[in-house]
Design a protein around this ligand. Structure first.
Ligand SMILES: Cc1cc2nc3c(=O)[nH]c(=O)nc-3n(C[C@H](O)[C@H](O)[C@H](O)COP(=O)(O)OP(=O)(O)OC[C@H]3O[C@@H](n4cnc5c(N)ncnc54)[C@H](O)[C@@H]3O)c2cc1C
Length: 230
């Protein structure tokens, strides 16, 4: 898939909670990507500018735009600039990049999407693109966060699970009690790991630990796809 560079304008900005927001950027009609891939933004802050990577939230079939979902990290270079990001701002965008994508060639019928924090972003794109087109496949979304308020897209995933019998949503919280599951997502992996493909995305600890558990329990590396944010 050809990598493109273009100047893009923010047309919409919506906060999902205190420190996570979604922006919609314009993209040329010919911009194409695979669900799960990411773009880079050049972020200018004062005299300096740095490249930062962000997974694409929308499905590839939604043309002419790129939705990104970004968490503000206190003290982070780009994050500090993003505190004042607004509609009309322009960014240099480059992409798509990455090999973290849905394995369309897999013979496995069960696909486990495992993430925490904004690691859920590429998973949502994958679900939007492939869930309704593949009623013979089963998707399980295992999604972790510290607090319930940080379960971004929680209502959307509950609704998807209600509307699609082939979609199961398993959220888990680590820092408070609630009506759902608690503990790290790695503790909720299925007993039977055979004939399944696992997709893992998020911070280093989650990705490395989950990958190690799966490998140790005999899952073939070709059935483990991952993307690390740190
Ligand atoms: C392929 C790829 C895709 C990514 N997609 C997204 C995305 O969709 N949404 C998103 O918010 N970030 C995403 N990131 C992380 C993003 O690129 C930046 O690292 C993040 O925005 C912090 O940049 P900063 O300049 O503000 O902080 P920096 O000054 O670069 O670093 C601050 C600290 O924040 C940590 N950190 C980085 N990302 C996160 C995170 N998401 N949550 C908690 N801590 C973090 C870093 O490990 C570092 O210790 C992605 C990273 C990669 C490599």
């Amino acid at each position: 898939m050809a990598i493109q560079s273009f100047t893009s304008k923010i047309t919409k900005k919506v906060f999902l909670n205190d420190d996570v927001f979604v922006i919609t950027l314009t993209a040329p009609e010919e911009f194409t990507f695979k669900a799960g891939q990411f773009v880079t933004l050049r972020v200018h802050c004062g005299e300096e500018s740095k490249l930062r990577s962000y997974s694409i939230l929308n499905a590839p079939s939604e043309k002419g735009k790129i939705d990104l979902c970004i968490k503000i990290i206190e003290g982070g270079f780009a994050s500090e600039c993003f505190k004042t990001i607004k509609e009309g701002d322009e960014y240099e965008v480059k992409g798509p990049f990455g090999h973290f994508m849905f394995d369309e060639a897999s013979e496995n019928k069960e696909h486990w999407l495992i993430s925490n924090g904004t690691g859920v972003v590429p998973m949502y794109s994958i679900v939007k693109e492939f869930l309704s087109k593949n009623s013979d496949l089963k998707f399980t979304m295992l999604f972790g966060s510290k607090y319930k308020k940080d379960l971004i897209f929680h209502q959307e995933f509950l609704k998807l699970a209600e509307q699609n019998s082939n979609f199961t949503y398993i959220p888990s919280i680590t820092r408070e009690e609630w009506e759902g599951r608690t503990g790290r997502v790695q503790t909720h992996l299925p007993e039977d790991l055979k004939n399944k493909t696992f997709y893992i995305c998020g911070l280093k600890e989650l990705v490395v630990e989950t990958k190690d558990i799966l490998i140790e329990k005999g899952v073939d590396a070709k059935n483990i796809k991952f993307e690390r944010y740190s």
